[in-house]
Write a protein that binds this ligand. Sequence first.
Ligand SMILES: C[S@@+](CC[C@H](N)C(=O)[O-])C[C@H]1O[C@@H](n2cnc3c(N)ncnc32)[C@H](O)[C@@H]1O
Length: 265
Amino acid sequence: MKNNELIDTENKLIVGDCSKVMQHFQEEIIDLVVTSPPYDDLRNYNGFTFDFKTIATQLFKILKKGGVVVWVVGDKINGGRTLTSFKQAIYFQEIGFTIHDVMIYAKKNTPFMRSNAYTNCYEYMFVLSKGKPKTFNPLKEKTVRSGLEMLVTNKGANGINNKVLKELKEEKTLTNIWYYAVGLGGTTKDKEAFKHPAMFPEKLVLDHILSWTNEGDIVLDPMCGSGTTCKMAALSNRKYIGIDISDDYIKIAKKRVAQTEGIFV
Ligand SMILES: C[S@@+](CC[C@H](N)C(=O)[O-])C[C@H]1O[C@@H](n2cnc3c(N)ncnc32)[C@H](O)[C@@H]1O
């Protein structure tokens, strides 16, 4: 492929090193990225390495103004935490991203892992934006109680809380800690996906897609593994583009996305 040749970014799954493939994207074309890089050397994915700084710079270039990157990452624990996740977040900030939020992906079911510390049950979801996010469709949940209640309205200079009888709201916006069950039936019911060692829960990706995009927008996962992001984008009427350095993983991703279209390959 020639240096300046552009790739079609609609509904494609591509084998390659994303730091190189993204050089062939048109600038400011992507609405949302939901991705998860290899975490330190926790898994070696057939020995592939990735060039973090080049990937971060490419992401900034191809993201639309107001676009969002959800960067899901954990740290290796080896004597202590590496904090690679935070080093990456600081680098994103240095190259121009706004750290719009630091969310938590908490696992409802997680095996006991450390003898001298509490079991780690979460990963970070850094929500990075290029300027102010252009789309936010807040997800809601039902409030626990409903009906009338004496609610605090304000606290005057005298420090006394004034209470009035008010209707409780039926639903509220979610907090920024999101809980998902993992494993078969939690992460996905799709057995094909388990040929990859570290998939996203499908619901996690869907929740971000619904929050930060509208139908017809383009969603990218530059390290798409088993293709969870692309599958959920297709199912929610968004366009997808996925890249992975492994031919085997792209084959899994293609099968999973084809299933959303009723095509079984
Ligand atoms: C944590 S996994 C992503 C899993 C994915 N979120 C899913 O739901 O299946 C990280 C992926 O990054 C891929 N990878 C590593 N280096 C890469 C590179 N330079 N370019 C593209 N993909 C890369 C690995 O092959 C692996 O599938």
